[in-house]
Ligand binder design. Structure first.
Ligand code: NAP
Length: 247
């Protein structure tokens, strides 16, 4: 098998933002592993890589398990080498007003959205530190900054990712590793398809650019941060929201 100089890992690459990121990172020297929660999803990823002639494959991964995370990273590093670009994209919502929110809905969202970022970053750091080069890009959310009624679990996880990003960036900057968060606004994916028409219309009124975002709007910023053009940016949260929130 051809040797690749860069291995990129994108979690949650079956659809939406993760799929757009996985495609955007395509380069001749890069092998991209995209993850899905099922065999079928992993197959979907491998197929779109093949169709677009992108070097890469889909793999099954559950962000809620440390064992599964360890297995994923050791399999990738044995087969291709340690990932030097890690995109922590996989995320879920379990919305409810706090008064009615079950403890498991709080725990699941914090575990998949936040703790998985700790697990994967920790396991990928070894290879990045050895290479003295790495990129960790976490996908946050505008609601981590502005809040959203019914999403206290989700916004807590996304705000925390920003704090994690700043602290880790300070720990490992000297090793040539940057850590950033990209915080999307309302992007047209399966996640926002669940919203009622009137919630969408109200949201649209608040967006100066007068449209919902597309996954590629987020992917192009991730690509920039992962490239040498973004090498002097670390510990940042970059908002991609059409002006909905101006930090
Ligand atoms: P999406 O369309 O719902 O896709 C979610 C992805 O995460 C899928 O690939 C899914 O895999 C994967 N996933 C779900 N649960 C997982 C688990 N337990 N372990 C591993 N992977 C899991 O989401 P999206 O809208 O593209 O969002 C991607 C990221 O952007 C998320 O972190 C989200 O919070 C953030 N974001 C989205 C928006 C937006 O407007 N869409 C706004 C702000 C932030 P399967 O297909 O196998 O289920």
């Amino acid at each position: 098998m051809k040797k690749f100089t860069t291995i990129a890992l994108v979690t949650g690459a079956t659809r939406g933002i993760g799929k757009a990121i996985a495609k955007a990172l395509s380069a001749t020297d890069t092998y991209i592993v995209g993850t899905a929660t099922s065999e079928q999803g992993a197959e979907v990823i491998s197929t779109y890589f093949d169709e677009d002639q992108i070097n890469g494959e889909g793999r099954v991964f559950n962000a809620g398990s440390f064992e599964n995370t360890k297995t994923l990273i050791s399999e990738i590093s044995d087969a291709f080498g340690y990932p030097s670009i890690l995109i922590n994209n996989a995320g879920i919502t379990k919305d409810q007003l706090l008064l009615r929110m079950k403890e498991e809905d709080w725990d699941d969202v914090i575990d998949i959205n936040l703790k998985s970022v700790y697990r994967l970053s920790r396991l990928c750091l070894k290879g990045m530190m050895k290479n003295r080069w790495g990129r960790i890009i976490n996908i946050g959310s505008v609601v981590g900054s502005i809040g959203n009624a019914g999403q206290s679990n989700y916004s807590a996880s996304k705000s925390a990712i920003e704090g994690f990003t700043r602290s880790l960036a300070r720990e490992i900057g000297m090793r040539g590793i940057t850590v950033n968060t990209v915080a999307p606004g309302f992007i047209e994916t399966d996640m926002t398809l669940q919203l009622d028409e009137d919630v969408r219309a109200k949201m649209l009124e608040k967006i100066p650019l007068a449209r919902l975002g597309q996954p590629k709007d987020v992917a192009s910023v991730v690509k920039f941060l992962a490239s040498s053009s973004g090498e002097y940016i670390t510990g940042e949260t970059i908002h991609v929201n059409g002006g909905l929130y101006m930090g």
